[in-house]
Ligand binder design. Structure first.
Ligand code: DIG
Ligand code: MN
Ligand code: MN
Length: 394
């Protein structure tokens, strides 16, 4: 469909092997789809216009595989990447499926489990480096608890920090230029997961020994599950230079982690998220991979999986076009200019304290009733956003 919304590798869209490879199982029913062979995943994603694939260690190398088997699998996968032109921007570790992680990985109370988790992460990072990944994501799916009787949360945070500091130092010791992206989620599969939101993660990073190589990987569903704004989480990460990766999908507030097709639920939130990432309105854009951490409905067969993947990418491109038109709309620009106007040059007064600025502040003729009198015209502004989103305004 040549309508300008078909993706190309230049769009930087990526999918986890586990996303299009999801077989549709859920807690109430087994898989509904056959396993898609890895090579077919690469071929179909390349055909659809994707830029790359991401993976957990065990998405590619089965748990417990020996070195020879691992090397054969990796060699075959690398051939598939070469044949399709797909790249691997991000790699991560499965620290949640094996029962050894039943009480967590980096936050398990048993130090041997923590040591095993760090060692598994080291192997996964080596695999990621071998495949060309520059970002390593850490999603602490089991880093939590069902009862706070289990451990003091401060110990859990301390152990998490120890493991990440160890892995950062080890990575630097290998001479690898990698960035670690920490992914938050408030609950599921644990009753409560530690460091539940991107905001928690941003503070946690400030306490790490090598915080300069650590950022965040916010996910739409994980911020929306507790009713938070993904746009604000991503904006805060961008504002402090810590948006190292992003997981795009769809989610309805207050539900389990649905990992739905991007934009398929909160279209308005997706519109403003894409506008933020694309840097419209004259702000710096996000230039990293646009990763869809999502999967097709359980109702779908394999054809539906590729409908899902194409839908994620097309929706992003459609929203980008609509958001660009919104920011180029003269009426939008006029309303925003009026609401931000500073005819008397007051704003600079607050950019850094001085005795002079304090005196100037005190002398300002500020009449709260006069300031309160003018409306902001956000009703018209939001209606313009919605009409651009609906495609009713060019
Ligand atoms: C779930 O949202 C998590 C895992 O799928 C993975 O560790 C991470 C990578 O994006 N997202
Ligand atoms: Mn998720
Ligand atoms: Mn994710």
């Amino acid at each position: 469909m040549a309508d300008g919304f078909d993706p190309t590798p230049a769009d930087r869209f990526t999918f986890g092997l586990w996303t299009v490879g999801n077989r549709g199982a859920d807690p109430f029913g087994g898989p509904v789809r056959a396993k898609i062979p890895l090579r077919r995943i690469l071929d179909k994603l390349a055909e659809a216009g994707a830029h790359g694939v991401n993976l957990h260690d065990n998405d590619l190398v089965p748990f417990g595989a020996g070195a020879a088997e691992r090397d054969l699998i990796v060699a075959d996968f690398k051939q598939g990447l070469a044949d399709t032109g797909l790249v691997v921007p991000m790699a991560t570790t499965n620290l949640f499926s094996h029962p050894v992680f039943r009480d967590g990985a980096f936050t398990a109370s048993d130090p041997k489990v923590r040591a095993y988790a760090v060692r598994k992460a080291m192997s996964a990072i080596e695999l990621g480096v071998e495949l060309g990944a520059s970002t390593i994501v850490f999603w602490g799916g089991r880093e939590g608890t069902e009862t706070d009787a289990a451990r003091d949360c401060r110990d859990a945070i301390g152990w998490f920090r120890q493991c990440l500091d160890f892995l950062c130092a080890w990575t630097k010791d290998q001479g690898w230029e990698l960035r670690f992206a920490l992914e938050a989620k408030p609950n599921e599969p644990r009753g409560d997961i530690y460091l539940a939101t991107t905001g928690h993660m941003l503070h946690f990073i400030s306490t790490l020994e090598h915080g300069e190589m650590c950022g965040v990987n916010p996910e739409v569903a994980h911020e929306n599950m507790p009713g938070l704004s993904m746009v604000h989480a991503v904006a805060q990460a961008m504002e402090c230079g810590k948006l190292f990766h992003i997981d795009l999908n769809g989610q309805r507030i207050g539900r389990y982690d649905q990992d739905l097709r991007f934009g398929s639920e909160d279209a308005k939130g997706a519109f403003f998220l894409v506008r933020l990432l694309e840097g419209f309105g004259g702000r710096p854009a996000y230039t990293g991979p646009l990763h869809f951490d999502a999967h097709a409905y359980r109702s779908e067969d394999e054809d539906g999986v590729w409908d899902f993947a194409k839908g994620c990418m097309r929706t992003y491109k459609i929203l980008a076009a609509r958001a660009r038109a919104f920011d180029q709309d003269a009426e939008v620009q006029q309303i925003l200019a009026a609401s931000h106007a500073d005819p008397d040059g007051v704003a600079p007064l607050l950019k850094g304290y001085s005795a002079a600025s304090a005196a100037a502040l005190a002398a300002l003729p500020l009449d709260p009733d006069a300031l309160a009198a003018t409306g902001k015209r956000y009703e018209r502004l939001d209606q313009l956003a919605m009409e651009h989103l609906f495609g009713a305004r060019g």
